[in-house]
Design a protein around this ligand. Structure first.
Ligand SMILES: Nc1ncnc2c1ncn2[C@@H]1O[C@H](COP(=O)(O)OP(=O)(O)O)[C@@H](O)[C@H]1O
Ligand SMILES: [Mg+2]
Length: 392
């Protein structure tokens, strides 16, 4: 048969529609950790096209990096993007399974053992499949702080990573070939922080000793530090079973600022479903945001500290204002700094606003309670999507 050679060069860097949509969502939800997003999208794309290695989990990821840099959030965000539920993650906190009797909580005890009937293993097939949807049959398993895992747990983990199977106490097999396995560790985080110490927080205006070192160089150094720490601590047989090691970057001021906006949105989302059933608009002025950032920036705990500042300075006061009926449906409440700039003041800027006005103020893509949704539909407001209550 005659065949003429076409010699058309193809572009393997493009991803399909579904993988692209995952990427877009993840980049919105996870700030400043683009490498993690890219690796997850790659693995997902391989899974979609059926090219994942057979007899292994869909992907084995090791996430390193400092506390509060988004390791756990990235896994939740993947579940949120693909299963529409950030909590559709099976989390195993390795520190809680130090002793052999605790391992039984994961895999159940052998038949005949005292308590055999009562144990419902945390890692049974039903449990790991429980969040599958019509269209997505993937499980997300997170082993947190693996450096704290006992030898027994470690062996169990090695089997899952390599063969995608786990044998329960009663000899039933659990299949992990439709699971993405994520492992996290803070290993090397102290050394990484030492590298970037002067760069963190609000010292960006001051020239730091590392100012001459470009961000990219610094990031490479940080990655290397993390991976070297992992190689020192973990056996080669473990490291060889990892598809991707991702070193999460410590978050700087621009990242925290974006996370603040995400978190404030989340607070706003929560207020829409508050038990008080009041629908109000809530905004924070720029100076208010600056105060939250200043109080919420911390070298050691990353964005966790920021979240605590938001709870303390925003959520607690709002809940008091609601409980004392100082906030009512139709209000617009704005948080600003007080003259001494040491806490937030809450002002009622307007009242009696129509739902669609509030809808316009809080912006797009919010889940709203059914009653409000009905009002929106009637009033032809297009900016708010009606959906099931938030699962977060
Ligand atoms: N890179 C990030 N992007 C978006 N939110 C983040 C990020 N890092 C941290 N957060 C926020 O801070 C919280 C704590 O982060 P987490 O993912 O638990 O940190 P880690 O697992 O790295 O210790 C998250 O739930 C999220 O709200
Ligand atoms: Mg975590």
């Amino acid at each position: 048969m005659h065949m003429s050679r076409l010699r058309k060069v193809l572009d393997p860097t493009r991803t399909g529609k579904d993988a692209e949509s995952l990427e877009r969502t993840l980049l919105k939800l996870v700030v400043g950790q683009d490498e993690a997003v890219e690796q997850i999208v790659n693995i997902y794309q391989m899974n979609l096209t059926g090219l994942s290695a057979p007899g292994r989990p869909v992907g084995n990821f090791l996430f390193l990096g400092p506390t509060g840099s988004g390791k756990t959030r990235t896994v939740e965000a993947t579940a949120e993007a693909l299963l529409h539920n950030p909590r559709a993650v099976i989390k195993i906190d390795c520190a809680e399974f130090q002793h052999s009797h605790e391992i039984a909580k994961l895999i159940g005890s052998p038949p005949g053992y005292l308590g055999h009937r009562e144990t419902h293993p945390l890692l049974s097939q039903e449990v790991i499949n429980q969040h599958h949807t019509e269209s997505v049959k993937l499980s997300f398993i997170l082993f947190d702080e693996i450096e704290k895992a006992s030898d027994a747990l470690w062996n169990l983990l090695l089997g899952i990573l390599d063969k995608a199977t786990l044998t329960l106490g009663d000899n039933r097999k659990v299949d992990f070939s439709r699971a993405m396995i994520f492992m996290t560790s803070n290993l090397g985080a102290n050394e990484m922080n030492a590298l970037i110490n002067p760069k963190l927080g609000f010292q960006t205006a001051l020239p730091s000793p590392q100012a001459s070192c470009s961000d990219e160089q610094l990031n490479k150094k940080i990655s290397r530090t993390g991976i070297e720490a992992a190689r020192r601590k973990f056996t080669p047989e473990f490291m060889n079973r990892i598809d991707k090691v991702v070193v999460f970057k410590p978050l700087g001021e621009p990242e925290l600022r974006r996370i603040l906006d995400l978190e404030l949105r989340e607070v706003q989302q929560r207020t829409l479903f508050c038990t008080a059933g009041k629908t109000f608009a809530f905004t924070v002025s720029d100076s208010g945001k600056n105060l939250l950032l200043a109080q919420g920036t911390d070298l050691k705990y990353g964005a966790r500290h920021l979240k605590r500042a938001i709870e303390r300075l925003v959520v607690h006061p709002i809940s008091n204002l609601l409980a004392t009926n100082q906030i009512n449906t139709g209000d617009w409440i704005q948080a600003d700094v007080n003259p001494k700039a040491d806490c937030l003041v809450f002002t009622k800027e307007a009242e009696g606003l129509e739902p669609q006005t509030i809808a316009g103020m809080i912006g797009e893509n919010f889940r709203v309670p059914p009653l409000v949704a009905a009002a929106y539909v009637q009033s032809d407001a297009t900016k708010v999507v009606a959906a099931k209550p938030a699962k977060r």
